[in-house]
Design a protein around this ligand. Structure first.
Ligand code: ASP
Length: 422
């Protein structure tokens, strides 16, 4: 994931400019179709297929390792439960804000339908959605291997990727109940699978500038300046949702849950926020977060170490929000109407993704490709947002890190009240 933002930015500018020039030079966009279908589109699709290839091993190992880290021995108990409660609460609020905004503003429909149709094949048929209890029951897989094998098949009417996630979470929880020595071989296996999958993803992401360049060429050549409107509307919705959550919700939680003045809080954590923004990685920011928590916020080290270490991988509100907005945006672009039940499923997946997405740059991309494929979004859909992903990653990681520090402050407050009751 060592793509410097500047490489991606250059790729974006070159791709888009070339696309717009090509469109200006020809009498009709159709003339460019053989080039798009034969060269630029296959490169983008290759990139996404490579990412999808890694999703199942990455997701299963990340969730199992995440549960084991969050729930191991000393981490259990009241502090663990309080942290879990705040993580789930904050993630749920962030996803709801994102989904509310994307449904309201509908950025995916800001471009005339004909222009979008020119870009895409008709969306593939989506599985019939079951209602109520039935769709909830689908989350429990009858055969986890089958669900993993058909996770990206839009015609799969069973639980798909959600069922795979459920299975991984369940195995992680079961492993917590097994004596450490007995669980160690499987734990080591998943830890190592996680590291290898991350390395694989890093290798594939080397290709991102080329894929981004190709896709933006297609965007420029087929949509012309309308492409800017589309991506601009999407970026605006993501940023607005992140701002509402990162400033509004966090301030309220700080006032209610920790009696802490939000402005003072954000001033004290600014160094960590700056580092999150520049690295796009919660994990890389962990040391800085620990430092500001102990030195500037004066949180007890026992609390900050516990909450921030778990939070760097498992509490990613900005990521959950971003994934929800992106999946719904892409569904709008491709004219896929998601029912309320399907949107709820997407929301549930995104909340889980807050736990399953690694705290490294671009970690959300495989997840979006997987869930997107599950609801019928064509593979190349993800490339539509890749050009702006790095910038949005910087912003969502800042919200992720702020969320970890908010969570630590609230948990520390409860811890303090417990240790010195009036
Ligand atoms: N870059 C994010 C983080 O490290 C994860 C993601 O959303 O890609 O927190």
């Amino acid at each position: 994931m060592r793509n410097s933002p500047s490489r991606l930015l250059y790729a974006m500018i070159i791709g888009l400019t070339a696309g717009l020039i090509a469109r200006g030079l020809v009498s009709s966009p159709e003339v460019l179709l053989p080039w798009i279908e034969g060269v630029t589109k296959p490169i983008g699709t290759l990139f996404i297929r490579l990412i999808l290839m890694l999703v199942i091993p990455l997701l299963i190992s990340a969730l199992i390792v995440g549960v084991l880290e969050a729930g191991s021995g000393k981490n259990l108990g009241k502090m663990g439960l309080r942290t879990l409660f705040i993580v789930v609460l904050l993630s749920s609020i962030s996803v709801l804000i994102g989904l509310g905004l994307v449904n309201w503003i509908q950025p995916g429909k800001w471009v005339p339908k004909e222009a979008i149709q020119a870009m895409n094949h008709p969306p593939p048929p989506i599985s019939e959605s079951h209602g109520g209890w039935e769709s909830l029951l689908q989350i429990v897989p009858l055969n986890p291997l089958k669900e993993a094998a058909f996770a990206f098949d839009p015609k799969n009417s069973e639980g798909g990727i959600l069922a795979v996630m459920f299975f991984a979470l369940f195995i992680g929880i079961a492993m917590l109940g097994v004596p450490v020595a007995e669980a160690r071989p499987v734990r080591d296996f998943f830890q190592s699978l996680f590291t290898i999958s991350q390395k694989g993803l890093q290798l594939i992401l080397q290709m991102a500038p080329l894929a981004v360049g190709c896709f933006l060429f297609n965007l420029g050549a087929q949509l012309g300046v309308e492409g800017f409107r589309l991506i601009g509307a999407y970026v605006t919705v993501v940023l607005a949702a992140l701002l509402i959550h990162g400033v509004g919700v966090y301030s309220l939680v700080l006032i209610i849950g920790a009696k802490h003045h939000p402005i003072h809080f954000f001033k004290k954590i600014s160094e960590a926020l700056l580092m999150a923004f520049s690295t796009s990685s919660s994990n890389a920011t962990l040391t800085k977060s620990l430092e500001v928590a102990e030195k500037n916020l004066q949180l007890p080290p026992a609390v900050s170490r516990f909450v921030l270490t778990i939070g760097a991988s498992a509490n990613q509100n900005g990521t959950a929000l971003f994934e929800g907005v992106t999946i719904l945006f892409l569904a709008q672009v491709y004219g896929i109407d998601l029912t309320f039940a399907q949107q709820l499923q997407v929301a549930g997946l995104c909340i889980l993704a807050g736990v399953g997405t690694a705290g490294v740059p671009s970690a959300s991309i495989p997840f979006i490709a997987a869930v997107g494929a599950g609801v019928g979004i064509p593979l190349e859909g993800v490339t539509l947002i890749l050009g702006v992903d790095r910038f949005l990653d910087m912003c969502r990681t800042t919200v992720n890190v702020a969320g970890d520090l908010v969570c630590a402050t609230v948990v520390a407050r409860g811890h303090q009240e417990q240790s010195d009751p009036q």
